[in-house]
Design a protein around this ligand. Structure first.
Ligand code: HEM
Length: 96
């Protein structure tokens, strides 16, 4: 199942709530239902553990704004970011 762009593997997941809510939601995006239910921080932690990947088409390739440095990046930082963008494709596994 999906949580926004996250892909969750719930094969062995035992839901503390009704299990049917999980089996009925296979292959769907549960973000809205999950959020409406007001799950705990513990549930969020479980969600992290169940995450096995991200849908590439939903992961935007934009840089986060730096609230402490509104004028953008220094030349040196820009070069480092460009180097990372050229050499690391986060849509692929980092290890073979
Ligand atoms: C893989 C995703 C999910 C995880 C990891 C998860 C985790 C949990 C956990 C840990 C609880 C116990 C209460 C708490 O700590 O908040 C809980 C309760 C509950 N969950 Fe989920 N949940 C998931 C998906 C869903 C979905 C899709 C629904 C659909 C609406 C749902 C509905 C509920 C309900 C109704 C309860 C309350 C049960 C009760 O109070 O007896 N959960 N969930």
């Amino acid at each position: 199942m999906f949580f926004g762009s996250r892909v969750l593997d719930v094969t062995n997941f035992k839901h503390p709530g009704p299990q049917k809510l999980i089996s009925d939601a296979l292959n769907t995006d549960i973000q809205e239902d999950y959020t409406e239910q007001a799950h705990s921080g513990y549930a969020d932690e479980l969600l992290n553990q169940l995450t096995i990947g991200y849908l590439p088409e939903k992961v935007g390739h934009t840089r986060l704004t730096n609230e402490h440095f509104m004028n953008g990046l220094s030349k040196e930082e820009e070069e480092i970011h460009n180097w990372l963008d050229r050499n690391i494709d986060l849509k692929k596994p980092l290890l073979p």
